[in-house]
Design a binder for this molecule. Structure first.
Ligand SMILES: Nc1ncnc2c1ncn2[C@@H]1O[C@H](COP(=O)(O)OP(=O)(O)OP(=O)(O)O)[C@@H](O)[C@H]1O
Ligand SMILES: O=C(O)C[C@H](Cc1nc2cc(Cl)cc(Cl)c2[nH]1)c1ccc(Cl)cc1
Length: 334
């Protein structure tokens, strides 16, 4: 039985010696402990490979990042945010779990849950759209994972069907936390310093210090994927928990309609549609789902449904939330 301290690539193994005494062995994982297999996919700064732990034969997805490339592209902050965020979110069935991180002279390694089912986006494209039962199941699992993230003070900020992976049971595994925001505890609001500059949270401060981002770029330079970006991020450059629920509304719409609500020829036009709340439901869009989406795609984040409101919305009637949601068989996608 292994107790894993995910952060420092160390796992502590309980060991019973020949006299029957219990001891602990410290095991430091590294590249040599895994045999690498096929490439699962490529990111802008990463390659994800299937890999097997030589000792336990457990299969993982290992995300490999080239150090030089990361530094050149100024992505050090995002890699460290991904690590810190994944370490905080270590215990939920709907979130890709980080088991170890380690590095060698050339690369950084994230040892993650293997999601063999690929991206939810692939299924929406293949089928055109989901029926209500499938939308309810996948919507409920995504919402349950969002509730857990928010309870740990994490805002994803880039939720979209590409970042919703599926495991071998066709259950949800949310990934891609490099652009997440960790709400500094205890208060989320940020007082400005005497010089009128926004006071940075610890993470942003030490990033800004050790990489030296010019002041004007420091505040929230990140914007998610155009189609799912919330209006508040476009108008006053700040994301909140409600921003993830806006993206959730876009995802529910897309599963049933086969396209996201806000999509135009280019990013700028898409942003225009979002801030003007310009979208239409296709004919035949289910009424109950339409009511839910209309209460999520609200410009004022404080007027959007909360997670509890969503869970008790008629669209999710009959869903058993909590552990049961993750034990049940996924409905066949048809
Ligand atoms: N845990 C995983 N299990 C299986 N496949 C994965 C896993 N994580 C990522 N992938 C796949 O590997 C590919 C690259 O993922 P990665 O997160 O490295 O980059 P990305 O976020 O998709 O791209 P970018 O960095 O440009 O946003 C994606 O297609 C993703 O579907
Ligand atoms: O927190 C830790 O364990 C230490 C390091 C932190 C860290 N060391 C780095 C070196 C380079 Cl060159 C680039 C980045 Cl982003 C780096 N991040 C680390 C190692 C591996 C991974 Cl995947 C992430 C962070």
């Amino acid at each position: 039985e292994e107790w894993k301290d995910r952060g420092a690539a160390v796992s502590i193994q309980k060991h019973i010696d020949s006299n029957g005494n219990q001891t602990h062995r410290i095991v430091k994982k590294g590249v040599q402990d895994f045999s690498f297999g096929r490439t699962l996919g490529e990111g802008s700064y990463s390659t994800v490979l299937a890999a097997t732990d030589r000792q336990t034969l457990t299969e993982y997805a290992i995300k490999v990042l080239d150090k030089r490339h990361i530094i050149k592209e100024k992505k050090v902050k995002y890699v460290n945010i991904e690590k810190n965020t994944l370490n905080r979110l270590g215990d939920h069935p709907g979130i890709v779990r980080l088991y170890y991180t380690f590095q060698d002279e050339r690369s950084l390694y994230f040892v993650l849950d293997l999601a063999t089912g690929g991206e939810l986006l692939g299924f929406v494209k293949k089928l055109g759209s989901f029926d209500e039962e499938c939308t309810r199941f996948y919507g409920a699992q995504i919402l349950d994972a969002i509730e857990y993230m928010h309870s740990k003070g994490v805002i994803h900020r880039d939720l979209k069907p590409e970042n919703v992976l599926l495991d071998e049971h066709m259950h949800v595994k949310i990934t891609d936390f490099g652009t997440a925001k960790i709400l500094d505890l205890p208060s989320q609001t940020r007082a400005n310093n005497s010089d009128g500059k926004p006071q940075l949270d610890r993470q942003e401060q030490d990033f800004a210090n050790n990489i030296g981002i010019p002041d004007h770029e420091r505040a929230n330079s990140f914007v998610g994927t155009a189609e799912y970006v919330s209006p508040e991020l476009l108008t006053d450059k700040s994301a909140c928990k409600g921003s993830d629920l806006w993206a959730f509304g876009c995802i529910v719409f897309q599963l049933l309609a086969g396209r996201p609500p806000f999509k135009a020829g280019n990013e700028y036009q898409t942003f225009q549609k979002i801030v003007n709340l310009e979208y239409q439901f296709p004919p035949g869009f289910p009424k109950v789902a339409r009511d839910l989406v209309e209460r999520l795609l609200v410009l004022d984040p404080t007027k959007r449904l909360t997670i509890d409101n969503i869970k008790s919305h008629p669209f999710f009637e009959g869903v058993s939330w909590g552990k049961q949601l993750w034990k049940q068989k996924a409905p066949r996608l048809k």
